[in-house]
Write a protein that binds this ligand. Structure first.
Ligand code: FAD
Length: 593
């Protein structure tokens, strides 16, 4: 039995810069690291070998410099590193990369393939496409975002993290599993005993045109740097007077919420004729039932795009109540029947059939686990370009311009596809949904699908704290609050402000707050109107998760703390005292916002 781990070397996101003249990434002086989730993929493959015997091959595709990470992976005890390195691979997008990896897996594991493990996403690109696309190209199932795996050949049950909890999926082996830093603890390095070999494009395929730029259906048209630092920063020193600090924070909050409801929903426009070019929106069923809010946001965005191209929107959905989708912007609905409403493999089959039959202009979904799974596999099956996790979409010269952040959001690329339909997933929280307009009319038809996955359990209701991605005000907890009991002040403060708490990774690791409120590169990305950072240092790994906050207020005892560079208002002072005072002030004055 051969177990495969996929890995990638990436530039450390904290050091990324763009040369303003050439608009190219400056790579000189940027340290490289092994993509952190991939360490866990290697560990997962080694754990399979420990249990079932066989060999572990770790495969990567990249320039010769990737040898640095290959050595790290070898020191974990893999039997062989296969390094796909050839000029023919240069400029590969996710689909061309997935082809190279899938062909290498076929060549080196063949019928002995036991399972493939990859990181949930790479921190520089954050597409999360490679796992599902490699699976699709190998013709095997996948489970992304695995937090625990129970292998029981010829099947395995995986618990996977999704937006509102966990779901347990049973799949046939071999399968591809993508993992995170919650999946396992990577073993300590030892003296490497495995072999390192370089493999060229010609050794895995005689059709090298499927790799590199030639084989990539997407291309980057432009790059723009996104600065973390905020303009017009104000820093006040409240070390001697925490009261002054608390008052300044409260005044700022009042000012922000006095600005009016910028993010208020607007009603869906009246329905028009469903004619012209079609835009598909793949709508997600929540774990708890009903369409996801993120899908309503995409419906709203799709309806605006449809107006620009003279077209209409068709929602594709495995759940009930098509009238809700019509009320929020869909002109037609295709209801998928016969499989679980979250069966991403069955829905991929349906989507690929619908694309072939109806030739839409674009296919969109929210960049949630489900949305990425369905669109990544469908794009691989159809050989189409797909851009993940867009923060904006627009029509330019009749094409879909897709704005995608990379390197932790320090860069935004403008991406186009060479293929039709255009395919993109968009980040939740970036577009506002329409409020329902029940006078809209539209047709709903049913489509039969074959079930492909068995869901064994869903665990959605465990979360006691509200989701920070849904809140307008988020109170962030850092280690500067010193003790678990003090984190309770942040929870209370968030409640008084009608918002949610978030936490740094260190706070989550210390067990003060649960993992699902972690914000940052290995947690969630949030876009509240106001983020109040209490005792947070402001490390880049945290900042990338709050970049889309409209305003940031930070309280830190260290006047040189990095968080102040990212904050609109910085208060130098004791975050524990200031949060206690804020609670008192809010209680005394009634509602602040
Ligand atoms: C693989 C990997 C993944 C990671 N992913 C994430 C991620 O997703 N999200 C994330 O947040 N981090 C992540 N990190 C961790 C990140 O690099 C930082 O270590 C972390 O964000 C720091 O947390 P902190 O600011 O709470 O704690 P610290 O670094 O301990 O900072 C505490 C801050 O509190 C201040 N302080 C102390 N006392 C007080 C007081 N009384 N009042 C006010 N301020 C006070 C200090 O001046 C300091 O600035 C990751 C790291 C790694 C290696």
């Amino acid at each position: 039995m051969i177990f495969i781990a996929l890995f990638k070397q990436i530039p450390d996101i904290g050091f990324i810069k763009i040369d303003p003249a050439t608009k190219r990434l400056v790579r000189e002086g940027v340290p490289n690291i092994l993509n952190p989730f991939d360490l866990h993929a290697v560990e997962a493959a080694l754990a399979m070998r420990d249990r079932f015997g066989g060999s572990v091959y770790a495969i990567t595709m990249g320039p010769p410099a990737f040898k640095q990470s290959a050595e790290e992976v070898l020191s974990m005890g893999v039997d062989e590193v296969i390094h796909l390195s050839d000029r023919a691979f240069a400029g590969s997008d996710t689909l061309a990369t997935s082809w190279a990896l899938a062909l290498a897996i076929k060549k080196f594991a063949g019928a002995d393939l036991g399972a493939v493990f990859a990181g949930k996403y790479s921190w520089d690109g954050e597409t999360g496409h490679v796992g599902p696309q490699v699976a699709e190209l190998l013709g095997i199932p996948h489970v992304s975002g695995v937090v625990s795996l129970e292998p029981n050949p010829p099947r395995a049950t995986a618990a996977r993290e999704v937006e509102e909890g966990e779901e347990h999926v049973e799949v046939e082996l071999p399968a591809v599993f993508t993992v995170t830093d919650r999946t396992n603890t990577p073993r300590a390095p030892e003296r490497p005993r495995g072999r390192y070999r370089v493999v060229t494009a010609g050794e895995i395929s005689d059709r090298t045109d499927i790799f590199g730029e030639a084989g990539s259906p997407t291309y980057v048209a432009d790059l723009a740097e996104e600065k973390i630092e905020r303009e017009n920063r104000v820093v006040i020193d409240a070390r001697k007077s925490p009261e002054e600090g608390a008052r300044a924070v409260l005044d700022f909050i009042k000012k922000v919420f006095g600005e009016g409801g910028a993010s208020a929903e607007r009603p869906a426009p009246p329905s028009g004729p469903a004619s012209g070019r079609e835009i598909f929106v793949v709508v997600e069923e929540k774990l708890t039932g009903g369409a996801a809010k993120a899908s309503y946001e995409i419906l709203g965005m799709a309806s605006e795009l449809a107006a620009k191209i003279g077209g209409y929107v068709t929602a594709i959905y495995g759940g009930e109540k098509p009238e809700e989708l019509i009320a929020r912007g869909a002109d037609k609905v295709v209801l998928l029947r016969g499989a679980d409403p979250r069966d991403y493999l069955a829905h991929t089959d349906a989507l690929t059939r619908l694309v072939a039959e109806r030739k839409p202009w674009a296919v969109l979904a929210a960049s949630t686990s489900y949305g990425r799974d369905v669109l990544a596999r469908a794009a691989a099956r159809l050989g189409l370009g797909l851009t993940a996790d867009c923060v904006d979409l627009d029509v330019r010269d009749g094409k879909l311009a897709q704005f995608k952040p990379a390197f932790g959001g320090s860069v935004v690329s403008v991406i186009y596809s060479k293929t039709l339909p255009y395919m993109a997933t968009a980040r939740p929280g970036m577009f506002s949904a329409y409020s329902p307009n029940y006078s809209r009319r539209g047709e709903a038809v049913e489509m039969r699908v074959e079930p492909r996955l068995r869901f064994k359990a869903r665990d959605a209701a465990r979360w006691e704290l509200p989701d920070p991605r849904e809140a307008e005000v988020v109170v962030g907890v850092g280690m500067g609050l010193k003790r678990r009991e003090n984190a309770a002040y942040a929870v209370e403060l968030a409640k008084l402000l009608g918002g949610a708490v978030a936490a740094t990774r260190n706070v989550v690791l210390a067990g003060w707050l649960p993992y699902y409120v972690q914000v940052g590169v290995s947690g969630k990305a949030i876009a509240p109107r106001l983020y109040l950072a209490l005792g947070i240092r402001g490390d880049i790994n945290h900042l990338v998760g709050i970049r889309k906050a409209k305003y940031i207020v930070a309280v830190n005892i260290n006047r040189h703390a990095d968080i102040f560079k990212a904050a609109d208002l910085g208060v130098v002072g004791d975050a524990i005292k200031i949060s206690q005072l804020l609670i008192e002030l809010l209680k005394a004055s009634g509602k602040a916002i």
